[in-house]
Design a protein around this ligand. Structure first.
Ligand code: ZN
Length: 138
C-alpha cells in the first residue's frame, strides 16, 4: 500500500505532509505507523468543498483551494483561513522624533528626506532636530 500526500497551499505545511507520506511509505522506518496515523488525522481534518463554500463569502478571509483544515463543533465548524494584514514593508527608516522619512549618508550622517528624489535633504526638518532612526534598516 502506498499512501499519497495531499495538497496544502501553505508550503511549509506541504513539506510536512510530503515528509509524513515519505515516512509512512518506508517499511524500514520505526516511525511508519506514527507517520501513517498523523497523515490520516491531518487528511481527515480537511474541510469539504461544501464547508468552504459556506464561509467563502467574506471579503477579508481567504480560503485555500486545497487543504484548508476544519475543526467541527456542535453547532458548526471552524475553517482555516488566511487573513491579509496590510503593513509597510518599505526599507526606508523614519525619524523617531517626528516620524518623517530619513536616510543616512555613506558618511554616516542622518538627514530627513526631502520630497524630491531619494537622498534630497529636508533642511528645515534637519535644522529643527537631528534625525534619529526608529530602528528600521538604515
Ligand atoms: Zn525628525
Amino acid at each position: 500500500m502506498t499512501v499519497e500526500p495531499f495538497p496544502i497551499t501553505f508550503s511549509p505545511a506541504q513539506l510536512a505532509v510530503d515528509l509524513l507520506a515519505k515516512i509512512a511509505n518506508d517499511p524500514t522506518s520505526p516511525y511508519q505507523a506514527l507517520a501513517l496515523n498523523a497523515l490520516e488525522a491531518w487528511r481527515n481534518s480537511l474541510a469539504t468543498p461544501e464547508q468552504i463554500a459556506l464561509v467563502a463569502t467574506s471579503d477579508e478571509l481567504e480560503i485555500d483551494d486545497a487543504g484548508a483544515c476544519v475543526s467541527e463543533g456542535n453547532d458548526g465548524f471552524f475553517i482555516q483561513t488566511w487573513t491579509w494584514v496590510e503593513c509597510d514593508m518599505s526599507e526606508e527608516p523614519t525619524c523617531s522624533e517626528c516620524g518623517e522619512a530619513m536616510f543616512i549618508t555613506e558618511e554616516g550622517i542622518a538627514h530627513h528626506r526631502g520630497d524630491g528624489s531619494p537622498n534630497t535633504i529636508d533642511h528645515d526638518a534637519d535644522a529643527d532636530h537631528v534625525a534619529i532612526s526608529e530602528g528600521k534598516p538604515t
